[in-house]
Design a protein around this ligand. Sequence first.
Ligand SMILES: Nc1nc2c(ncn2[C@@H]2O[C@H](COP(=O)(O)OP(=O)(O)OP(=O)(O)O)[C@@H](O)[C@H]2O)c(=O)[nH]1
Length: 157
Amino acid sequence: NHFVDSYDPTIENTFQKTLKIRGQEYSLQVIDTAGQDEYSILPQSYFVNIDGYVLVYSVNSRKSFEVVKFVYDKLLDMKGTINGVPVVLVGNKCDLATEREVPFEEGKRLADSWKVAFLETCAKEHHSVTEVFTQIILAIERAEGNNPDQKNSCVLS
Ligand SMILES: Nc1nc2c(ncn2[C@@H]2O[C@H](COP(=O)(O)OP(=O)(O)OP(=O)(O)O)[C@@H](O)[C@H]2O)c(=O)[nH]1
């Protein structure tokens, strides 16, 4: 809930976040990895004991859009199959309208081809940020065979 305007390259940060979705409380451990490029190798530790992945690019950087595709392919390689690996694709910095290099539709098309949720966010204005965490939790729940989309209901006869 705190936006930092300056750029301080991440080595690795871990955050704790609690979130209530449909009455259920979730405690998340979020690992913010170092910025990746095509040449940096995602360490092995990012492929074990991780329940889901939020892949974030900047809508004003086509390069970062290419990098998330690379990271996704790497995930695919490491996991053997991506089916069942919870992923959410996020286009951040949607406030930078005049600098936009990746149209909304292109992000959506990529997410659809991966069969994952897609969101555009603006961390700076806290726009849709909580929704990212909600979507990854829902994806993790689905992968675990729970159906969070089903409304709690009972049938009386
Ligand atoms: N305008 C705008 N700037 C943003 C937004 N989100 C982040 N930034 C800025 O973008 C820069 C990079 O932000 P970071 O949060 O460090 O990005 P990162 O992807 O974690 O960067 P790495 O440390 O390389 O992994 C900083 O200057 C932020 O202030 C946003 O939604 N809008």
